[in-house]
Every structure is written in C-alpha cells, then in structure tokens.
Design a protein around this ligand. Structure first.
Ligand code: PXP
Length: 240
C-alpha cells in the first residue's frame, strides 16, 4: 500500500490570509498523524506565502512520522534544508506568479542547477526526491543525479476532462512508474489528487508514497482534519 504524505501548506495559507497565528499548521500535523498520515509534507516557498521558517523549526521538533520538505533547487533554501535535516527533500520547480506548482522540475534542461543542489543534499546524507513529469528522459536524468526517489506529477491526470484523456494520462504515469522502478528509484506521486480520483493512482504497482494537500485540507474544513486524513488513508488502503 502507498504511504500517505499529507501536505499541510494550505492550513498555513488560511493563517497567512490574516497574518495571524491561526490555524497553526503544527496542530494540523498532529491531527494528520492521529488520522493515520505516514508523512507530513510542507513547501517552503521563496515568497513565504504559506509555510514560514518558524513552522519548519517546530514541525521538525514535533512531527513523529516522515517530514518531507518541498523546496526549489536554490542556494538559500538548500542551506535551510541542510540545517533542518528533514527526512526527505523533494525538489520542485517554483515560479512566483504560479498559484501552485505547475509541471515537474526540468531535470534535463536545468541539469547543472539541480545537480548542484542534489549533490549538496546527498553529501549531507539527506534523502532526495525529484518532482518530475511522467517522462522517461526526466527519470533517466534523475537517476543519473543520484536521487533516491522521483515523485511523478499527477496534475495532468487530475485535470483531464474526458475519461479517454484521463486514461491516457494514467497509462503514461503507469509506464513512467515502471521505468522509475526498473531504474531502482523509489516511486512517489502527487498533485491534484482527490477523494474522487486517487484510487486508480493508488492501484499502480510499486507506488510507495502519495503526497496530497488541497483536497484533504478542503475536506478538513468540513469534517475536521483527523477525519479527512482517515478517509483518504482508508481509500488508499482499500485500493491496495
Ligand atoms: N507534491 C508536490 C511535489 C507538490 O508541489 C504539491 C503541491 O504543493 C503536492 C504534491 C500536493 O498537491 P495538491 O495540493 O494538489 O494535493
């Protein structure tokens, strides 16, 4: 069964809407663990639009499951990761103007920049995952850089309007997943996954980790955080 990483960024988004102290993403992490999360994921963005440096420090001290830090491949945040030492660093592309992470990291096109960051993290003994499109060239490049894992971007699958398009995207993700596993990479997936579309992704063989944020936080507003995480975990478990 795939492990569930709960992305709590959008709890911090609500807090930052008022620049206040609530809701606290640290509380959400505790409730997510109570609901059965296998990991807590946060993205420290350059513009600090949601997660703040203080959140990272407190999460590092309090999270009992895997702490996964999403980050851009840049100098400043790499230094923060080296100081924090999360269980896993997931490198993602980052543009100031985007609403959310659009598309995977271009490991082929930005090879040297990504390599510099990966080398520093690996040299410090940290686990590295690269968030990429389900594309064989990106997988090969990720493997060459020495990353232990890839997270395949499921956004196009999630956004597909027709059943045919959705199936095509699913096939592409499945095929890319096979390539990643053949190359000895751990296989993660995420982005745009919801209670409605997660099951076919969770059924893909060898998928070890699913990172899900927006849909869980949206449901948590209605039913509570622990319950929302529990429902997602049960769905994933039932599909395995
Ligand atoms: N995985 C990665 C690498 C992401 O950047 C994000 C969004 O922050 C997610 C998973 C979660 O996406 P969503 O919020 O759409 O579930």
């Amino acid at each position: 069964m795939a492990r569930l990483g709960v992305n709590i960024d959008h709890v911090a988004t609500i807090r930052q809407a008022r620049r206040t102290i609530e809701p606290d993403p640290v509380w959400a992490a505790v409730l997510a663990e109570l609901g059965g999360a296998h990991g807590i994921t946060v993205h420290l963005r350059e513009d600090r639009r949601h997660i703040q440096d203080r959140d990272l420090r407190v999460l590092k001290d309090t999270v009992q499951v895997k702490l996964n830090l999403e980050m851009a491949a840049d100098e400043q945040v790499t230094q923060i990761a080296l100081d924090l030492r999360p269980h896993q660093c997931t490198l993602v592309p980052e543009k100031r103007e985007e609403i959310t992470t659009e598309g995977g990291l271009d490991v082929v096109g930005q090879h040297d920049r990504v390599a510099r960051c990966v080398d520093r993290l690996l040299a410090a003994g940290l686990e590295v995952s690269l968030f990429i499109d389900p594309d064989e060239r990106q997988i090969e490049a990720s493997k060459r850089l020495g990353a232990q894992s890839v997270e395949l971007h499921t956004g196009r699958y999630a956004d597909a309007v027709t059943a045919d398009d959705r199936n095509l995207e699913l096939q592409q993700i499945r095929a890319a997943g096979e390539v990643a596993v053949e190359r000895g990479l751990h296989l993660h997936m995420g982005h745009g996954l919801t209670y409605r579309n997660v099951v076919p992704i969770a059924r893909i063989p060898d998928v070890g980790e699913l990172n899900i944020g927006h849909s869980i936080v949206a449901r948590a507003v209605m039913v509570g955080f622990t319950q929302a995480v529990r429902e997602m975990r049960e769905l994933i478990e039932a599909s395995g």
